[in-house]
Write a protein that binds this ligand. Structure first.
Ligand SMILES: [Mn+2]
Length: 358
């Protein structure tokens, strides 16, 4: 509950903040905003994660205060001395990486600030709302209740980035008039402009990244009468284009943007299996479907990691399972783009490639 969190902030002096592996805009933005706010209250706040954030976030003010866990003495001290540990934007020990078990076993009061479904049971205090647009929204509520005058440009940039990135730039169903009022307050108090933040995050695609996007778009397939779309990023595609794995961020949204598509999947090939991103339109849920493959997440955005011998097998299994979780309209009628078999498409793609390279 919010009140419990407010009391903990008022009554304690030493805080430790951590978030999930591969910190995204919401994870890092929420962490910096809350850490900076606590420091503004005159408290100590160590920000330590198991992993570096995505490169697209290295410009964020306050990012230098966030450390990657390296086992050093001062980091261990920071955790040992902390009275309160905040876990942000994940409710899953494993997703915290190396820091996970240390945090779970620490003598501090552990506080979960999060908007994912089905939290693990080990947190002492939970401030969780799965309808919140972002963890950043919850952090704003804490700050707003304690001392909103401490929202400076750093806090504001963190909160804005958190909310903007987790709402697909304010277009998901989690976006409400109230959220816009919160964002307006953040912009005013921090005296920051939104445009440069959007540009730094979204307009920094690399050429190899765009080529990878092109390859991914070429491989999109539709099923269930055009209501399910899926595509792949193979290790070969990444090597051929010279792209990095980070470049595929947001790719699945292109698949979901196809007219008629209600649910979209992106399969990324890894050394020992497949990483799957699930996305869906507002009234279609994908979280249970992801969970059935050992993953989890939100109603409209979830993920899973499947270790299987062949990539193709994973794709087949997950696509086949779709109809157990989603009610498609007239699923067996052939939809647009379903006339060619994957083999035919593959063959045409090879033809096109040999033409362009000759
Ligand atoms: Mn989030």
């Amino acid at each position: 509950m919010l009140d419990d969190v407010l009391a903990l902030v008022r009554e304690n002096e030493r805080f430790f903040l951590t978030t999930h592996l591969g910190p995204d805009g919401d994870a890092l933005g929420s962490q910096i905003a809350l850490g900076r706010f606590l420091q503004g209250l005159g408290k100590s706040a160590a920000m330590i994660n198991s992993d570096d954030p995505d490169e697209s976030l290295d410009w964020m003010p306050g990012e230098d205060d966030v450390e990657v866990f390296d086992g050093s003495m001062h980091q261990r001290e920071a955790l040992a001395e902390a009275e309160v540990v905040f876990i942000l934007d994940t409710n899953d020990e494993e997703r915290l990486g190396k820091v996970g078990s240390m945090v779970r076993n620490s003598s501090a009061t552990t506080v979960l600030l999060d908007h994912h479904l089905q939290p693990e049971p080990w947190f002492d205090v939970e401030f969780v709302r799965d309808t919140a647009a972002a963890t950043g929204e919850l952090v704003y509520e804490i700050i707003d209740a304690l001392d909103p005058s401490l929202i400076d440009a750093t806090v504001a940039t963190g909160l804005y980035t958190a909310i903007m990135t987790d709402t697909g730039s304010f277009r998901y169903s989690s976006v409400t008039p109230e959220l816009h009022r919160i964002v307006a307050d953040i912009l005013e108090r921090g005296d920051i402009e939104p445009a440069p933040i959007h540009e730094t995050i979204y307009d920094r695609r690399s050429m190899p990244g765009l080529r990878l996007l092109g390859r991914m778009l070429n491989r999109i397939r539709l099923r269930y009468n055009g209501q399910l779309g899926y595509s792949v990023v193979t290790q070969r595609m990444v090597e051929d284009t010279g792209a990095s794995w980070d470049d595929k961020q947001g790719f699945v949204n292109y698949v979901l943007s196809i007219e008629g598509v209600q649910a979209a999947l992106l399969f990324s090939e890894t050394d020992d299996g497949s990483k799957i991103s699930f996305r869906s339109e507002a009234d279609v849920r994908v979280d249970e479907w992801a969970r059935s493959f050992g993953g989890g997440g939100h109603r409209n955005a979830a993920g899973a990691y499947v270790k299987r011998p062949t990539f193709e097998e994973v794709i087949e299994d997950v696509v086949e399972a779709a109809s157990n979780f989603i009610e498609f309209d007239n699923p067996h009628a052939p939809g647009p783009g379903e006339e060619l078999s994957p083999e035919d498409e593959e063959y045409l793609e090879t033809l096109m490639q040999s033409k362009s390279s000759s």
